[in-house]
Design a binder for this molecule. Structure first.
Ligand SMILES: NC(=O)c1ccc[n+]([C@@H]2O[C@H](COP(=O)([O-])OP(=O)(O)OC[C@H]3O[C@@H](n4cnc5c(N)ncnc54)[C@H](OP(=O)(O)O)[C@@H]3O)[C@@H](O)[C@H]2O)c1
Length: 402
C-alpha cells in the first residue's frame, strides 16, 4: 500500500489534533510531511518532534522563531508568516492537504493546496463561504478532489457517493433535498430574552461536540448551520431552497439526503470528528478510527425537530439570505461574523449583538459588486471587517451610544 503524505493546516487546533490521532493510528498508511498553525509554538514543537515532518510553519513570526531555535540542527524546515503557511498548504511532498485553520485565514493556504494539485480534506468551511465558486472552479481546473470533513457534509458526501451521485443530475435527482442536522447548540429551546445576558463560557459549553472556540460560538448562535448551508451549496451544487435544517439534539444522524422516490438516506455515527476525518483521509477506502462504533440499542431515543426558531436564532436566516443574494453577501456575512464572534469572546458585545452587527454590516455593504477574483473576495472581507468594527465602536459595550 502506498503511504499517503499529508500536509496539515491548523495542526494545533481541535480538528488538527484529532487528525493527528487518526494519522498516528495508521503509520503504514499515512505520513505527516508538513504542519502549520497560528502561534502555538509549544504544541507545534511537540508535534514536529513526534511526527518528524519535512516542514512546519507558524503564521506568527515570533512564535516561528522560537520553533526555529528549538529545532536548530534538525532537518525540519521552519517557515513563518502567511507566506510560510501557504507554502505548507501546497507542500510539494504532500499528496493531500487537510485544511483545518479556523476562519478566513484558511482561504489562501487552502487555495495554495488546490493550485498545487493536492487533494483537499476540507474542514475550513469559511473558504467555501467566502469564495465558493472560485474555489470549486479552481479545484476542477486542477483536477483536485475536495472531500468534506465537516460531519454533516461528510455524511452527505458518503450518501451521494454510495452509487447515486449521478442521480443528482437526472430525473430521479431533480427532487433531491439535503437535510443538514443540527444539535441546536447549548441554547436549544431557549427564549430570546434568556439569551440577552449569556456569557462566553455558557456559549462555549456545547452539549455534544468538543470544538474550537469560534465554531462553538457559531454553533450557539446557529450561524454554524448557516455557514454549513452555504458550504453544502458549493460542495454539492444544490440550491438553497433544497437544503433544509433539522434539529437533532443527539447528534447521531449526521445528515440525510431525501430522494424524489421517497427514500431518505442518512449517515450515522458517534459525535466524534475522528470519524469524518478518517473518511476524508482514506476515501474511497474505509479505515479503522479510534471511535466507538455506534450501538443503536444503547444510544437512546433519537429525536428530530424543525429548524431553530428564526426569531431567537436569526443567524441561520441571515446566512440563507446571503446565499440567495449571492455576490459579496456571503463574504460580508462571514467577515462580520468573525469580528462579532471575536468581540463577543472578548466581552465587547453581547450574544444578541452578534446578529445585529452582522445585519448592520450587510445593510451597509455594496453587495452587488462582482467577485471575479480572490482579490475581490479579500477586498470585500476587509471592507466587512472594517464596518463590523465600526458597529462595535458605536454600539458595543464600551460605547457611549445606547
Ligand atoms: N472542531 C470541530 O469539531 C469542527 C467541525 C467541523 C468543522 N470545523 C472547522 O474546522 C476549522 C478549524 O476548527 P477548530 O475547531 O479545529 O479550530 P481551533 O481549535 O480554533 O483551531 C484553529 C487552528 O487554526 C490555526 N490558526 C488560526 N489562525 C491561523 C493563521 N492565521 N494562520 C495559520 N493557522 C492559524 C490555529 O493555530 P494556533 O493554535 O497556533 O492558534 C489552530 O491550529 C474551522 O473552520 C471550523 O469551522 C471544526
Amino acid at each position: 500500500m502506498a503511504v499517503k503524505k499529508i500536509a496539515l493546516l491548523g495542526s494545533t487546533g481541535s480538528i488538527g489534533v484529532n487528525a493527528l490521532d487518526v494519522i498516528a493510528a495508521h503509520p503504514d498508511r499515512f505520513r505527516v510531511v508538513a504542519l502549520a498553525a497560528g502561534s502555538n509554538a509549544g504544541v507545534l514543537l511537540e508535534q514536529a518532534r513526534r511526527f518528524r515532518p519535512e516542514a512546519v510553519a507558524l503564521q506568527d513570526a515570533k512564535a516561528a522563531e522560537t520553533v526555529r531555535q528549538a529545532l536548530a540542527g534538525e532537518s525540519i524546515v521552519v517557515l513563518s508568516g502567511e507566506r510560510g503557511v501557504e507554502q505548507i498548504g501546497g507542500w510539494e511532498g504532500a499528496d493531500m492537504t487537510l485544511s483545518a485553520i479556523v476562519g478566513a485565514s484558511g482561504l489562501q493556504p487552502t487555495l495554495a493546496a488546490v493550485r498545487a494539485g493536492k487533494d483537499v480534506a476540507l474542514a475550513n468551511k469559511e473558504c467555501l463561504v467566502m469564495a465558493g465558486d472560485l474555489f470549486m472552479q479552481e479545484a476542477r481546473r486542477n483536477g483536485v478532489r475536495v472531500i468534506p470533513v465537516d460531519s454533516e457534509h461528510s455524511a452527505i458526501f458518503q450518501v451521494l457517493n454510495n452509487g447515486q451521485r449521478e442521480s443528482m443530475a437526472t430525473g430521479l435527482g431533480s427532487g433531491v433535498r439535503l437535510i443538514l442536522t443540527a444539535s441546536g447548540g447549548p441554547f436549544r429551546g431557549w427564549k430570546r430574552e434568556q439569551l440577552q445576558p449569556v456569557t462566553a463560557a455558557q456559549a462555549l459549553s456545547h452539549p455534544k461536540w468538543s470544538m474550537g472556540r469560534k465554531i462553538s460560538i457559531d454553533s450557539a448562535t446557529c450561524m454554524n448551520k448557516g455557514l454549513e448551508v452555504i458550504e453544502a451549496h458549493y460542495l454539492f451544487g444544490v440550491s438553497a431552497d433544497r437544503i433544509e435544517v433539522m434539529v437533532h439534539p443527539e447528534s447521531i444522524v449526521h445528515s440525510m439526503v431525501a430522494y424524489a422516490d421517497g427514500s431518505v438516506l442518512a449517515q450515522m455515527g458517534m459525535p466524534d470528528m475522528r470519524t469524518p476525518i478518517a473518511v476524508a483521509l482514506a476515501w474511497p477506502e474505509r479505515i479503522w478510527a479510534p471511535v466507538p462504533v455506534l450501538n443503536l440499542t444503547t444510544a437512546g431515543p433519537l429525536t428530530f425537530y424543525g429548524p431553530p426558531d428564526p426569531a431567537v436564532f436569526p443567524c441561520l436566516s441571515l446566512a440563507y439570505a446571503a446565499l440567495e443574494q449571492g455576490g459579496r453577501a456571503p463574504v460580508v456575512l462571514n467577515g462580520a461574523n468573525e469580528v462579532a464572534v471575536a468581540a463577543f469572546l472578548e466581552n465587547k458585545i453581547g450574544f444578541l449583538d452578534i446578529p445585529r452587527l452582522i445585519q448592520w454590516t450587510l445593510d451597509g455593504a455594496d453587495l452587488g459588486l462582482v467577485m471575479g477574483s480572490v482579490a475581490d473576495v479579500l477586498e470585500a472581507d476587509h471592507g466587512a471587517r472594517k464596518r463590523a468594527n465600526e458597529w462595535i465602536v458605536r454600539y458595543g459595550k464600551g460605547s457611549m451610544v445606547t
